[in-house]
Design a protein around this ligand. Structure first.
Ligand code: UD1
Length: 363
């Protein structure tokens, strides 16, 4: 008998992680159910990823949409509970650190349904980040914790989580990157012509701490406009940033190219060929590390310290002097070959599939 696995996805960074595990379980002929909470719902934030990544149409769409954290989390919980009761999975897999992750885990935990958390154990130690709260709570109540890097097990042990629940499997997002990089390279040829740029940088910003307040976002934008005079910067704008700042963004220096959110292949292609990436995204810190592209992170901390120690990532916080300095360093230096990161080898999802289909964890 195969393990009936239900995946919960909700927001953009979940899709590339779930895709890798879904493919690995499909290869083992597992019965799978895909639930989309609808946390992200715009075509550019959701549908394009399903199409590109070969994820099937969701079996269930909860259509929760946007709202305050409490509203969104509560809506996911109340709409997910009847679904999981009706579908009776053997295990539910949740991904990353978004509101859908913690909401689904809480529901399953109370119903006595096994939960596996993919990308467990990452910590920024910054509880002002909503994602940090989601990580802490999810890991406390999930049954199987799949960790992407060696630091994660230490964090979980420090929080009193039993070691036998923890499985170091590697990074599933890198599985997807490895699978799709050849296609992204093809896409880049057309994209480069479309953009008309030989040399460029890539910028993404969506954290509330960076984009919600004018005293942070406006000076940040001015520095980016200044840097874009030295190297054109492509800035695909997240809906959160766009809704808040559309008028100001429409007046940007044209060297800072404001464009709509990118599809997965386009984003990967630009990350690979950018001279430098400036971001506040967790996933892009990892992807640039794998690709060997210099990454400057506009945050004071990261839940992915391995990207600092073994990768190409540098934290610049909101120190504009440091940002300018690091930016110039990135342009001046040749790309260095990256250090290999343990188990970022394209096989993390196979390891998860093996554990999901063979383990019988008692709750
Ligand atoms: C969410 C995650 C964050 C993740 C990010 C990736 C949480 C707490 N946050 O943040 O961890 O890094 O996704 O993108 O789970 N909106 C749209 N269309 C959409 C989705 C959102 O217009 O498809 C707008 C809405 O105005 C919404 C705002 O963007 O209020 C923010 O969306 P939300 O899902 O609340 O948070 P993100 O900032 O996307």
């Amino acid at each position: 008998m195969t393990t009936k696995t239900l995946h919960v996805v909700g927001a953009r960074p979940n899709f590339m992680k779930a895709a890798a595990v879904h493919h690995a379980l499909a290869f083992r002929d597992c019965e799978q159910i895909l639930v989309h909470t609808g946390q992200h719902y715009d075509a550019l934030m959701s549908d394009v990823f399903f199409a590109t990544l070969g994820l099937p149409k969701p079996d269930e769409s909860l259509d929760v949409g946007s709202g305050s954290h409490a509203q969104q989390t509560a809506a996911i919980m109340s709409r997910f509970e009847p679904v999981v009761l009706a579908r009776k999975p053997d295990i539910v897999l949740v991904y990353g650190d978004v509101n859908s992750t913690v909401a689904a885990t809480l529901v399953c935990s109370k119903l006595g349904i096994r939960v596996g958390h993919v990308e467990a154990g990452l910590r920024s130690f910054d509880r002002s980040m909503p994602e940090e709260i989601n990580r802490l709570l999810t890991d406390q109540i999930a049954d199987i914790l799949f960790t992407p890097s060696t630091d994660a097990a230490d964090n979980l042990a420090r929080e009193g989580i039993a070691g036998d629940k923890v499985h170091f499997v590697g990074n599933v997002m890198i599985d997807t990157l490895i699978q799709f990089l050849p296609l992204a390279e093809e896409v880049f040829l057309a994209l480069r012509t479309e953009l008309g740029l030989e040399s460029f940088g890539l910028v993404t910003l969506h954290r509330p701490s960076n984009v919600d307040g004018e005293h942070t976002f406006l000076p940040m934008l001015e520095v980016l406009e200044e840097l874009s005079c030295e190297l054109p910067l492509i800035f695909p704008v997240h809906p959160r940033t766009c809704h808040r700042w559309s008028e100001r963004l429409s007046r940007c220096n044209p060297n800072l190219r404001i464009i709509a959110p990118l599809g997965y292949l386009e984003c990967l292609a630009l990350e690979k060929y950018a001279r430098v990436v400036i971001t506040d995204s967790g996933g892009m810190q990892e992807e640039t590390t794998y690709l060997g592209t210099p990454c400057l992170t506009l945050r004071e901390n990261t839940e992915r310290p391995i990207t600092l120690t073994l990768g190409t990532n540098k934290l610049v916080g909101r120190d504009w002097r440091l940002l300018r300095e690091r930016f110039h360093e990135s342009l001046a230096n040749d790309r260095k070959p990256r250090s290999p990161i343990p188990l970022w080898d394209g096989k993390a999802s196979e390891r998860i599939a093996e554990i999901v289909t063979t383990s019988k964890v008692e709750r």
